[in-house]
Design a protein around this ligand. Structure first.
Ligand SMILES: [Zn+2]
Length: 477
Protein backbone atom coordinates (compact mmCIF):
# COMPACT_ATOMS: atom_id res chain seq x y z
CA UNK A 1 0.00 0.00 0.00
CA UNK A 2 1.42 3.40 -0.93
CA UNK A 3 1.94 6.18 1.58
CA UNK A 4 -1.25 8.17 1.83
CA UNK A 5 0.07 11.28 3.50
CA UNK A 6 -1.50 13.49 0.84
CA UNK A 7 -4.94 14.68 1.89
CA UNK A 8 -7.94 13.70 -0.19
CA UNK A 9 -8.84 16.70 -2.37
CA UNK A 10 -12.20 18.40 -1.85
CA UNK A 11 -13.97 17.85 -5.20
CA UNK A 12 -16.19 20.89 -4.56
CA UNK A 13 -13.06 23.00 -4.98
CA UNK A 14 -12.81 22.49 -8.73
CA UNK A 15 -9.89 24.88 -9.14
CA UNK A 16 -7.82 22.94 -6.59
CA UNK A 17 -8.60 19.67 -8.42
CA UNK A 18 -7.65 21.28 -11.73
CA UNK A 19 -4.38 22.44 -10.15
CA UNK A 20 -3.53 18.94 -8.88
CA UNK A 21 -4.20 17.40 -12.28
CA UNK A 22 -2.20 20.08 -14.11
CA UNK A 23 0.78 19.49 -11.81
CA UNK A 24 0.88 15.84 -12.86
CA UNK A 25 0.21 16.48 -16.53
CA UNK A 26 3.05 18.61 -17.92
CA UNK A 27 2.16 17.71 -21.51
CA UNK A 28 -1.47 18.75 -21.00
CA UNK A 29 -2.85 15.46 -22.24
CA UNK A 30 -5.83 15.34 -19.86
CA UNK A 31 -9.24 16.64 -20.87
CA UNK A 32 -10.52 19.68 -19.00
CA UNK A 33 -13.12 19.17 -16.25
CA UNK A 34 -16.35 20.31 -17.87
CA UNK A 35 -18.31 20.82 -14.68
CA UNK A 36 -18.93 24.31 -13.37
CA UNK A 37 -20.07 23.56 -9.84
CA UNK A 38 -20.08 20.72 -7.31
CA UNK A 39 -21.92 21.00 -4.01
CA UNK A 40 -21.47 18.34 -1.32
CA UNK A 41 -22.95 18.85 2.12
CA UNK A 42 -25.81 18.38 4.53
CA UNK A 43 -27.78 21.23 2.94
CA UNK A 44 -26.46 21.12 -0.64
CA UNK A 45 -30.01 21.06 -2.02
CA UNK A 46 -30.47 24.64 -0.77
CA UNK A 47 -28.13 25.74 -3.58
CA UNK A 48 -30.31 24.28 -6.34
CA UNK A 49 -32.37 27.41 -7.15
CA UNK A 50 -29.21 29.53 -7.43
CA UNK A 51 -27.56 26.92 -9.66
CA UNK A 52 -30.62 26.84 -11.95
CA UNK A 53 -30.65 30.64 -12.08
CA UNK A 54 -26.95 30.63 -12.88
CA UNK A 55 -26.78 27.86 -15.45
CA UNK A 56 -30.28 27.56 -16.95
CA UNK A 57 -31.56 29.10 -20.16
CA UNK A 58 -35.04 30.60 -20.67
CA UNK A 59 -37.72 27.92 -20.69
CA UNK A 60 -39.18 25.44 -18.26
CA UNK A 61 -37.06 23.46 -15.83
CA UNK A 62 -37.71 19.77 -16.52
CA UNK A 63 -37.12 17.52 -13.53
CA UNK A 64 -36.34 14.01 -14.74
CA UNK A 65 -36.65 11.01 -12.45
CA UNK A 66 -37.74 7.39 -12.43
CA UNK A 67 -40.77 6.03 -10.59
CA UNK A 68 -38.84 5.34 -7.36
CA UNK A 69 -39.89 7.32 -4.28
CA UNK A 70 -36.86 9.07 -2.77
CA UNK A 71 -36.71 10.97 0.47
CA UNK A 72 -34.79 13.75 2.12
CA UNK A 73 -35.49 13.28 5.79
CA UNK A 74 -39.25 12.76 5.90
CA UNK A 75 -39.96 14.73 2.72
CA UNK A 76 -40.50 13.37 -0.77
CA UNK A 77 -37.33 14.45 -2.60
CA UNK A 78 -38.79 15.03 -6.07
CA UNK A 79 -41.71 17.04 -4.70
CA UNK A 80 -39.20 19.01 -2.64
CA UNK A 81 -37.11 19.81 -5.74
CA UNK A 82 -40.24 21.10 -7.51
CA UNK A 83 -41.19 23.10 -4.41
CA UNK A 84 -37.73 24.71 -4.25
CA UNK A 85 -37.69 25.68 -7.93
CA UNK A 86 -41.35 26.53 -8.61
CA UNK A 87 -41.37 29.99 -7.01
CA UNK A 88 -38.83 31.31 -9.51
CA UNK A 89 -39.24 29.06 -12.56
CA UNK A 90 -41.84 27.17 -14.55
CA UNK A 91 -41.18 23.54 -13.60
CA UNK A 92 -42.31 20.22 -15.05
CA UNK A 93 -41.74 16.88 -13.39
CA UNK A 94 -41.37 13.92 -15.77
CA UNK A 95 -41.17 10.27 -14.80
CA UNK A 96 -39.19 8.06 -17.17
CA UNK A 97 -39.86 4.34 -17.57
CA UNK A 98 -43.35 4.10 -16.08
CA UNK A 99 -44.93 0.76 -16.84
CA UNK A 100 -41.59 -1.01 -17.14
CA UNK A 101 -40.40 -3.33 -14.40
CA UNK A 102 -36.87 -1.89 -14.35
CA UNK A 103 -35.38 1.22 -15.91
CA UNK A 104 -32.39 0.70 -18.22
CA UNK A 105 -30.47 3.33 -20.14
CA UNK A 106 -31.65 1.84 -23.42
CA UNK A 107 -33.08 3.21 -26.67
CA UNK A 108 -36.64 3.43 -25.24
CA UNK A 109 -35.63 5.37 -22.13
CA UNK A 110 -33.51 7.79 -24.16
CA UNK A 111 -36.39 8.46 -26.58
CA UNK A 112 -38.74 9.12 -23.66
CA UNK A 113 -36.30 11.53 -22.02
CA UNK A 114 -35.52 13.29 -25.30
CA UNK A 115 -39.23 13.91 -25.94
CA UNK A 116 -39.68 15.26 -22.41
CA UNK A 117 -36.99 17.92 -22.64
CA UNK A 118 -37.63 19.32 -26.12
CA UNK A 119 -38.68 22.78 -24.85
CA UNK A 120 -36.61 22.78 -21.63
CA UNK A 121 -34.34 25.62 -20.57
CA UNK A 122 -32.69 23.49 -17.92
CA UNK A 123 -32.82 19.83 -16.96
CA UNK A 124 -32.53 18.67 -13.36
CA UNK A 125 -32.11 14.91 -13.06
CA UNK A 126 -32.93 13.37 -9.71
CA UNK A 127 -31.83 9.80 -9.27
CA UNK A 128 -29.13 7.19 -9.28
CA UNK A 129 -26.61 6.17 -11.92
CA UNK A 130 -28.99 4.91 -14.60
CA UNK A 131 -31.19 8.02 -14.39
CA UNK A 132 -28.12 10.25 -14.57
CA UNK A 133 -26.81 8.41 -17.64
CA UNK A 134 -30.20 8.80 -19.35
CA UNK A 135 -30.28 12.54 -18.55
CA UNK A 136 -26.71 13.02 -19.74
CA UNK A 137 -27.30 11.13 -22.98
CA UNK A 138 -30.64 12.84 -23.71
CA UNK A 139 -29.33 16.38 -23.12
CA UNK A 140 -26.16 15.53 -25.07
CA UNK A 141 -28.23 14.34 -28.03
CA UNK A 142 -30.33 17.51 -28.01
CA UNK A 143 -27.38 19.87 -28.13
CA UNK A 144 -26.17 20.11 -24.56
CA UNK A 145 -29.02 21.65 -22.60
CA UNK A 146 -27.91 22.83 -19.15
CA UNK A 147 -27.95 19.80 -16.85
CA UNK A 148 -27.89 19.77 -13.06
CA UNK A 149 -27.57 16.34 -11.49
CA UNK A 150 -29.02 15.69 -8.04
CA UNK A 151 -27.27 12.52 -6.88
CA UNK A 152 -29.45 10.35 -4.68
CA UNK A 153 -27.06 7.58 -3.56
CA UNK A 154 -23.29 7.06 -3.43
CA UNK A 155 -23.70 3.87 -5.41
CA UNK A 156 -21.61 4.44 -8.57
CA UNK A 157 -19.27 7.03 -10.03
CA UNK A 158 -21.49 7.91 -13.01
CA UNK A 159 -22.34 11.35 -11.68
CA UNK A 160 -19.18 13.39 -12.18
CA UNK A 161 -17.90 12.46 -15.65
CA UNK A 162 -18.68 12.91 -19.32
CA UNK A 163 -19.55 9.33 -20.20
CA UNK A 164 -22.68 7.21 -20.03
CA UNK A 165 -23.27 3.49 -19.83
CA UNK A 166 -25.94 2.75 -22.43
CA UNK A 167 -27.46 -0.50 -23.58
CA UNK A 168 -27.10 -1.02 -27.33
CA UNK A 169 -28.13 -4.24 -29.05
CA UNK A 170 -28.39 -5.73 -25.58
CA UNK A 171 -24.73 -4.97 -24.81
CA UNK A 172 -23.64 -2.45 -22.18
CA UNK A 173 -21.30 0.10 -23.63
CA UNK A 174 -19.67 3.13 -22.10
CA UNK A 175 -20.04 5.88 -24.68
CA UNK A 176 -18.91 9.51 -24.80
CA UNK A 177 -21.55 11.78 -23.31
CA UNK A 178 -21.38 15.15 -21.55
CA UNK A 179 -20.40 16.47 -18.14
CA UNK A 180 -23.22 17.65 -15.94
CA UNK A 181 -22.95 21.41 -15.55
CA UNK A 182 -23.47 21.02 -11.84
CA UNK A 183 -23.56 18.14 -9.37
CA UNK A 184 -25.50 18.39 -6.11
CA UNK A 185 -24.81 15.78 -3.41
CA UNK A 186 -27.02 16.55 -0.43
CA UNK A 187 -25.86 14.27 2.37
CA UNK A 188 -29.34 14.17 3.92
CA UNK A 189 -30.56 12.69 0.63
CA UNK A 190 -27.66 10.24 0.58
CA UNK A 191 -28.36 9.18 4.18
CA UNK A 192 -31.95 8.37 3.16
CA UNK A 193 -30.93 6.16 0.22
CA UNK A 194 -31.44 2.42 0.61
CA UNK A 195 -28.45 1.33 2.76
CA UNK A 196 -27.59 -1.48 0.33
CA UNK A 197 -27.05 1.12 -2.41
CA UNK A 198 -24.51 3.11 -0.40
CA UNK A 199 -22.86 -0.12 0.70
CA UNK A 200 -22.66 -1.14 -2.96
CA UNK A 201 -20.85 2.16 -3.45
CA UNK A 202 -18.10 0.78 -1.26
CA UNK A 203 -17.90 -2.17 -3.67
CA UNK A 204 -17.71 0.23 -6.61
CA UNK A 205 -14.76 1.98 -4.96
CA UNK A 206 -13.07 -1.37 -4.24
CA UNK A 207 -12.12 -1.17 -7.92
CA UNK A 208 -9.56 1.52 -6.97
CA UNK A 209 -7.34 -1.35 -5.76
CA UNK A 210 -7.48 -3.33 -9.02
CA UNK A 211 -8.43 -1.18 -12.03
CA UNK A 212 -5.51 1.29 -11.82
CA UNK A 213 -3.13 -1.69 -11.95
CA UNK A 214 -4.93 -2.99 -15.05
CA UNK A 215 -4.62 0.47 -16.60
CA UNK A 216 -0.93 0.71 -15.69
CA UNK A 217 -0.37 -2.71 -17.28
CA UNK A 218 -2.10 -1.57 -20.48
CA UNK A 219 0.08 1.53 -20.49
CA UNK A 220 3.31 -0.39 -19.91
CA UNK A 221 2.51 -2.80 -22.75
CA UNK A 222 1.64 0.02 -25.15
CA UNK A 223 -1.99 -1.08 -25.26
CA UNK A 224 -3.24 2.18 -23.77
CA UNK A 225 -0.91 5.13 -24.27
CA UNK A 226 -3.27 7.31 -22.18
CA UNK A 227 -2.02 5.84 -18.88
CA UNK A 228 -1.11 8.62 -16.43
CA UNK A 229 -0.64 8.57 -12.67
CA UNK A 230 -2.28 11.96 -11.95
CA UNK A 231 -5.97 11.00 -12.41
CA UNK A 232 -5.47 7.79 -10.42
CA UNK A 233 -3.76 9.68 -7.63
CA UNK A 234 -6.83 11.94 -7.24
CA UNK A 235 -8.86 9.13 -5.68
CA UNK A 236 -6.26 6.45 -4.88
CA UNK A 237 -4.76 8.60 -2.15
CA UNK A 238 -8.02 8.02 -0.27
CA UNK A 239 -7.58 4.23 -0.35
CA UNK A 240 -6.33 3.80 3.20
CA UNK A 241 -9.06 6.04 4.61
CA UNK A 242 -11.71 4.17 2.65
CA UNK A 243 -10.64 0.79 4.07
CA UNK A 244 -10.67 2.23 7.59
CA UNK A 245 -14.17 3.72 7.09
CA UNK A 246 -15.76 0.42 6.02
CA UNK A 247 -17.61 -0.21 9.29
CA UNK A 248 -18.88 3.36 9.39
CA UNK A 249 -20.29 2.95 5.87
CA UNK A 250 -22.34 0.01 7.10
CA UNK A 251 -23.57 2.14 10.01
CA UNK A 252 -24.59 4.89 7.52
CA UNK A 253 -22.47 7.40 9.48
CA UNK A 254 -22.43 10.90 8.01
CA UNK A 255 -18.64 11.15 7.85
CA UNK A 256 -18.33 7.86 5.99
CA UNK A 257 -21.03 8.83 3.49
CA UNK A 258 -19.25 12.14 2.91
CA UNK A 259 -16.00 10.24 2.29
CA UNK A 260 -17.73 7.93 -0.19
CA UNK A 261 -19.27 10.96 -1.92
CA UNK A 262 -15.89 12.69 -2.21
CA UNK A 263 -14.02 9.62 -3.49
CA UNK A 264 -16.83 8.70 -5.86
CA UNK A 265 -16.88 12.21 -7.30
CA UNK A 266 -13.09 12.28 -7.65
CA UNK A 267 -13.06 8.90 -9.39
CA UNK A 268 -15.68 10.15 -11.84
CA UNK A 269 -13.61 13.25 -12.54
CA UNK A 270 -10.54 11.02 -13.02
CA UNK A 271 -12.14 9.02 -15.79
CA UNK A 272 -13.64 12.14 -17.36
CA UNK A 273 -10.27 13.87 -17.64
CA UNK A 274 -8.53 10.65 -18.73
CA UNK A 275 -11.03 10.32 -21.56
CA UNK A 276 -11.84 6.70 -20.70
CA UNK A 277 -13.18 4.72 -17.79
CA UNK A 278 -9.86 2.85 -17.54
CA UNK A 279 -8.63 4.65 -14.36
CA UNK A 280 -11.29 2.86 -12.32
CA UNK A 281 -12.69 0.18 -14.62
CA UNK A 282 -10.70 -3.00 -15.17
CA UNK A 283 -11.25 -6.72 -14.85
CA UNK A 284 -13.74 -6.26 -12.00
CA UNK A 285 -15.97 -3.98 -14.10
CA UNK A 286 -15.95 -6.22 -17.14
CA UNK A 287 -17.04 -9.14 -14.96
CA UNK A 288 -19.89 -6.98 -13.67
CA UNK A 289 -20.89 -5.98 -17.22
CA UNK A 290 -20.95 -9.64 -18.24
CA UNK A 291 -23.22 -10.50 -15.31
CA UNK A 292 -25.54 -7.68 -16.43
CA UNK A 293 -25.55 -8.93 -20.01
CA UNK A 294 -26.48 -12.41 -18.89
CA UNK A 295 -29.21 -11.13 -16.56
CA UNK A 296 -30.68 -8.93 -19.28
CA UNK A 297 -30.64 -11.75 -21.81
CA UNK A 298 -32.44 -13.99 -19.34
CA UNK A 299 -34.86 -11.27 -18.23
CA UNK A 300 -33.60 -11.35 -14.63
CA UNK A 301 -33.31 -8.16 -12.56
CA UNK A 302 -29.78 -6.76 -12.16
CA UNK A 303 -27.90 -6.81 -8.90
CA UNK A 304 -26.42 -3.46 -7.82
CA UNK A 305 -23.51 -2.53 -10.08
CA UNK A 306 -21.22 -1.64 -7.18
CA UNK A 307 -22.07 -4.84 -5.31
CA UNK A 308 -21.02 -6.90 -8.34
CA UNK A 309 -17.89 -4.80 -8.80
CA UNK A 310 -16.90 -5.31 -5.16
CA UNK A 311 -17.30 -9.10 -5.37
CA UNK A 312 -15.31 -9.23 -8.62
CA UNK A 313 -12.65 -6.80 -7.32
CA UNK A 314 -11.70 -9.24 -4.56
CA UNK A 315 -11.11 -12.00 -7.14
CA UNK A 316 -9.22 -9.53 -9.34
CA UNK A 317 -7.06 -8.57 -6.34
CA UNK A 318 -6.29 -12.27 -5.87
CA UNK A 319 -5.38 -12.58 -9.55
CA UNK A 320 -3.05 -9.60 -9.19
CA UNK A 321 -1.44 -11.06 -6.08
CA UNK A 322 -0.91 -14.40 -7.82
CA UNK A 323 0.51 -12.69 -10.93
CA UNK A 324 2.92 -10.54 -8.93
CA UNK A 325 4.12 -13.66 -7.10
CA UNK A 326 4.47 -16.00 -10.07
CA UNK A 327 4.86 -14.06 -13.35
CA UNK A 328 8.15 -15.05 -14.95
CA UNK A 329 9.11 -12.75 -17.85
CA UNK A 330 11.80 -15.19 -19.01
CA UNK A 331 9.18 -17.86 -19.56
CA UNK A 332 7.05 -15.63 -21.82
CA UNK A 333 7.31 -16.00 -25.58
CA UNK A 334 6.63 -12.56 -27.16
CA UNK A 335 4.98 -14.42 -30.06
CA UNK A 336 2.21 -15.33 -27.64
CA UNK A 337 1.12 -11.69 -27.94
CA UNK A 338 0.00 -12.33 -31.52
CA UNK A 339 -2.76 -14.92 -31.11
CA UNK A 340 -4.59 -16.41 -34.08
CA UNK A 341 -7.64 -14.14 -34.65
CA UNK A 342 -9.73 -17.05 -35.94
CA UNK A 343 -9.25 -18.90 -32.67
CA UNK A 344 -10.02 -15.80 -30.58
CA UNK A 345 -13.13 -15.08 -32.64
CA UNK A 346 -14.31 -18.65 -32.04
CA UNK A 347 -13.77 -18.12 -28.30
CA UNK A 348 -15.77 -14.86 -28.37
CA UNK A 349 -18.65 -16.50 -30.21
CA UNK A 350 -18.53 -19.51 -27.88
CA UNK A 351 -18.67 -17.20 -24.85
CA UNK A 352 -21.44 -14.84 -26.00
CA UNK A 353 -23.33 -16.61 -28.79
CA UNK A 354 -25.84 -17.97 -26.29
CA UNK A 355 -26.93 -14.49 -25.16
CA UNK A 356 -29.30 -13.88 -28.07
CA UNK A 357 -30.66 -15.75 -31.06
CA UNK A 358 -29.23 -13.39 -33.64
CA UNK A 359 -25.66 -13.46 -32.35
CA UNK A 360 -25.70 -9.64 -32.16
CA UNK A 361 -24.08 -9.56 -28.71
CA UNK A 362 -21.24 -11.85 -29.80
CA UNK A 363 -20.79 -9.78 -32.96
CA UNK A 364 -20.62 -6.54 -30.92
CA UNK A 365 -18.00 -8.06 -28.59
CA UNK A 366 -15.93 -9.49 -31.45
CA UNK A 367 -15.80 -6.09 -33.22
CA UNK A 368 -14.20 -4.66 -30.08
CA UNK A 369 -11.85 -7.57 -29.41
CA UNK A 370 -10.70 -7.56 -33.03
CA UNK A 371 -9.45 -4.00 -32.52
CA UNK A 372 -7.61 -5.12 -29.39
CA UNK A 373 -5.86 -7.87 -31.38
CA UNK A 374 -4.92 -5.37 -34.11
CA UNK A 375 -3.28 -3.14 -31.55
CA UNK A 376 -1.52 -6.09 -29.94
CA UNK A 377 0.21 -6.80 -33.24
CA UNK A 378 1.73 -3.30 -33.22
CA UNK A 379 3.11 -3.25 -29.67
CA UNK A 380 5.72 -5.99 -29.87
CA UNK A 381 8.64 -3.64 -28.96
CA UNK A 382 6.73 -2.40 -25.91
CA UNK A 383 6.05 -6.00 -24.87
CA UNK A 384 9.78 -6.78 -25.06
CA UNK A 385 10.59 -3.69 -22.97
CA UNK A 386 7.91 -4.66 -20.45
CA UNK A 387 9.36 -8.16 -20.02
CA UNK A 388 12.88 -6.75 -19.65
CA UNK A 389 11.75 -4.14 -17.08
CA UNK A 390 9.49 -6.52 -15.12
CA UNK A 391 11.08 -5.82 -11.68
CA UNK A 392 10.34 -2.09 -12.02
CA UNK A 393 6.79 -2.71 -13.27
CA UNK A 394 6.23 -5.29 -10.56
CA UNK A 395 7.05 -2.71 -7.88
CA UNK A 396 4.76 -0.11 -9.47
CA UNK A 397 1.92 -2.63 -9.81
CA UNK A 398 2.35 -3.78 -6.22
CA UNK A 399 1.92 -0.20 -5.01
CA UNK A 400 -1.39 0.06 -6.91
CA UNK A 401 -2.87 -3.18 -5.59
CA UNK A 402 -3.90 -4.36 -2.15
CA UNK A 403 -3.76 -7.50 -0.04
CA UNK A 404 -6.89 -9.42 -1.14
CA UNK A 405 -7.63 -10.50 2.43
CA UNK A 406 -7.60 -6.88 3.60
CA UNK A 407 -9.92 -5.90 0.75
CA UNK A 408 -12.32 -8.81 1.35
CA UNK A 409 -12.51 -7.98 5.05
CA UNK A 410 -13.22 -4.30 4.34
CA UNK A 411 -15.92 -5.02 1.75
CA UNK A 412 -17.52 -7.36 4.28
CA UNK A 413 -17.30 -4.79 7.10
CA UNK A 414 -18.96 -2.25 4.81
CA UNK A 415 -21.93 -4.59 4.52
CA UNK A 416 -21.42 -5.11 0.79
CA UNK A 417 -21.51 -8.64 -0.66
CA UNK A 418 -18.14 -10.42 -0.85
CA UNK A 419 -19.43 -13.56 -2.63
CA UNK A 420 -21.24 -14.03 -5.95
CA UNK A 421 -23.87 -16.05 -4.06
CA UNK A 422 -24.50 -13.07 -1.73
CA UNK A 423 -25.53 -10.82 -4.63
CA UNK A 424 -29.22 -10.08 -5.03
CA UNK A 425 -30.23 -11.92 -7.15
CA UNK A 426 -27.57 -14.53 -6.39
CA UNK A 427 -25.05 -15.43 -9.07
CA UNK A 428 -24.39 -19.16 -9.27
CA UNK A 429 -20.99 -20.84 -9.69
CA UNK A 430 -21.37 -21.53 -13.42
CA UNK A 431 -22.24 -17.94 -14.22
CA UNK A 432 -19.44 -16.54 -12.05
CA UNK A 433 -16.88 -18.85 -13.71
CA UNK A 434 -18.18 -17.84 -17.15
CA UNK A 435 -17.96 -14.10 -16.37
CA UNK A 436 -14.44 -14.37 -14.97
CA UNK A 437 -13.21 -16.71 -17.68
CA UNK A 438 -14.67 -14.65 -20.54
CA UNK A 439 -13.95 -11.12 -19.34
CA UNK A 440 -11.02 -10.59 -21.74
CA UNK A 441 -13.27 -11.49 -24.70
CA UNK A 442 -15.78 -8.68 -24.30
CA UNK A 443 -14.21 -5.35 -25.11
CA UNK A 444 -11.30 -3.42 -26.51
CA UNK A 445 -9.60 -2.94 -23.17
CA UNK A 446 -6.41 -4.65 -22.07
CA UNK A 447 -6.57 -5.89 -18.49
CA UNK A 448 -4.77 -8.45 -16.35
CA UNK A 449 -7.03 -11.22 -17.69
CA UNK A 450 -5.65 -10.48 -21.19
CA UNK A 451 -2.05 -10.86 -20.06
CA UNK A 452 -2.99 -14.07 -18.28
CA UNK A 453 -4.94 -15.42 -21.27
CA UNK A 454 -2.08 -14.62 -23.66
CA UNK A 455 0.38 -16.41 -21.39
CA UNK A 456 -1.92 -19.41 -20.96
CA UNK A 457 -2.78 -18.79 -17.30
CA UNK A 458 -6.45 -17.78 -17.56
CA UNK A 459 -7.94 -21.22 -18.17
CA UNK A 460 -11.01 -22.51 -16.37
CA UNK A 461 -8.63 -24.35 -14.03
CA UNK A 462 -6.90 -21.04 -13.22
CA UNK A 463 -10.24 -19.35 -12.54
CA UNK A 464 -11.32 -22.25 -10.34
CA UNK A 465 -8.08 -22.03 -8.36
CA UNK A 466 -8.62 -18.30 -7.78
CA UNK A 467 -12.16 -18.97 -6.64
CA UNK A 468 -10.91 -21.61 -4.21
CA UNK A 469 -8.40 -19.13 -2.80
CA UNK A 470 -11.19 -16.54 -2.64
CA UNK A 471 -13.27 -18.94 -0.54
CA UNK A 472 -10.45 -19.04 2.01
CA UNK A 473 -10.81 -15.27 2.59
CA UNK A 474 -14.60 -15.25 2.70
CA UNK A 475 -15.07 -14.26 -0.94
CA UNK A 476 -15.56 -15.84 -4.38
CA UNK A 477 -18.49 -18.14 -5.00
ZN1 LIG B 1 -18.49 1.27 -11.75
Amino acid sequence: MPETADPIPDPADLDATRGLLAAGDPERRLHPIGMRAIRIGGHALDDLPALVADLGRPGPVVILGDATTMRRGREDLKALVVERLAPSRETRRVTIGTGRPELHADEDALAEAAAAIVDAGCVVSVGSGTMTDIAKAATFATGGLPLIVVQTAVSVNAFSDDMAVLVRNGVKRTVPSRWPDALVIDLQVIAGAPPEMNRAGFGELASMFTAPADWYLAGALGMDPAWMAAPVDLFRRGGEELLVAAGAVRANEAGALALLARLMTLSGIALGVAGSTAPISGTEHIVSHLLDMDAEAAGRPLAFHGAQVGVAAIVAALAWQETLETFDPDAVDPDAFDPDPTAVEANVRAAFGRLDETGAAAEECWRDVERKLERLRSVRPAVRRFLRDWPRHKAALRSLTVDPGVLAAAVGRAGAPTRFSDLDPAVGPGLAQWALGSCHLMRNRFVLADLRALTGTWTSADVDRLLTRAASIGAGL
